[in-house]
Design a binder for this molecule. Structure first.
Ligand code: MN3
Length: 241
């Protein structure tokens, strides 16, 4: 549809709506305007960069299987569903469920994004995982947090204190080039605009309960053994140019 035709239909629809004579979206827009929605992005579950048992003993195999194969997969499916429903809503000009699908897109989109980051910032202990920050990131952490131990204590405390399901995170803020320790509740709440996650730990119970039960603090403390600092450095260098 060209722009003038679309403008005409939008105007006609607007007039019809204003006049209160619209029985359906088809009536407002004309039957020929209810076209299939443009194809959206098909989000896919990324493969783990290691085997399910690679993070043992700190993160157990069954937790990894369920977390990646079931939980993350469900966020991907939920995001695809939400975006498809929003496209359908536009095509039909029926926004009666806009609140629901907007929330679903945010929640599942946040889940897909953060889990994709989470898998990448971990590696088998002693084989890419553990140790301390390296390179420019090590310098930057000292600059912004005083020393690595202070950063680690801050990050761990934030992760342990998240209320309900959520995340402990390190973000980079391009505006002033600062690193920030933040929390996220669920998959998407409490993070400010304009900052980029570099490192994240999932502290939803599904991330640790099989092995650690209610002892989230033990899981957070153990998790440092599998942090892939090479990847976190890469994430930082990608953002801080
Ligand atoms: Mn999770």
């Amino acid at each position: 549809m060209d722009a003038s035709r679309r403008d005409f239909l939008m105007t006609a629809g607007g007039i019809a709506l204003a006049g209160g004579i619209v029985g359906s979206s088809v009536a407002a827009y004309g039957a020929d305007s209810v076209a299939p929605a443009p194809a959206g992005t098909e989000h896919k579950l990324p493969e783990l960069p290691y085997a399910y048992d690679a993070l043992e003993p700190f993160i157990d195999t069954q937790t990894m299987q369920l977390h990646h194969g079931k939980h993350h997969a469900a966020y991907v499916a939920g995001l695809n569903k939400a975006e498809a429903e929003l496209a359908k809503a536009r095509a039909a000009n029926d926004f009666s469920l806009i609140q629901h699908w907007s929330r679903q897109a945010s929640f599942n989109g946040g889940g897909h994004y953060l889990h994709s980051l989470f898998w990448k910032v971990m590696a088998p202990a002693g084989n890419g995982g553990g140790g301390a920050p390296i390179g420019k990131l090590a310098d930057k952490i000292e600059q912004d947090f005083g020393r690595f131990d202070a950063f680690k204590a801050h990050f761990s405390a934030a992760a342990k204190a998240v209320e309900g399901g959520g995340w402990g995170m390190l973000h980079y803020r391009p505006e002033d080039g600062k690193l920030l320790v933040l929390q996220a509740e669920n998959q998407q709440k409490l993070s400010p605009w304009g900052t980029v996650p570099l490192l994240a730990i999932d502290v939803w119970e599904h991330a640790y309960y099989l092995k650690y039960q209610n002892k989230r603090a033990d899981y957070v403390d153990a998790w440092w053994n599998v942090v892939n600092w090479e990847q976190v450095l890469h994430n930082y260098e990608t953002q801080a140019k």
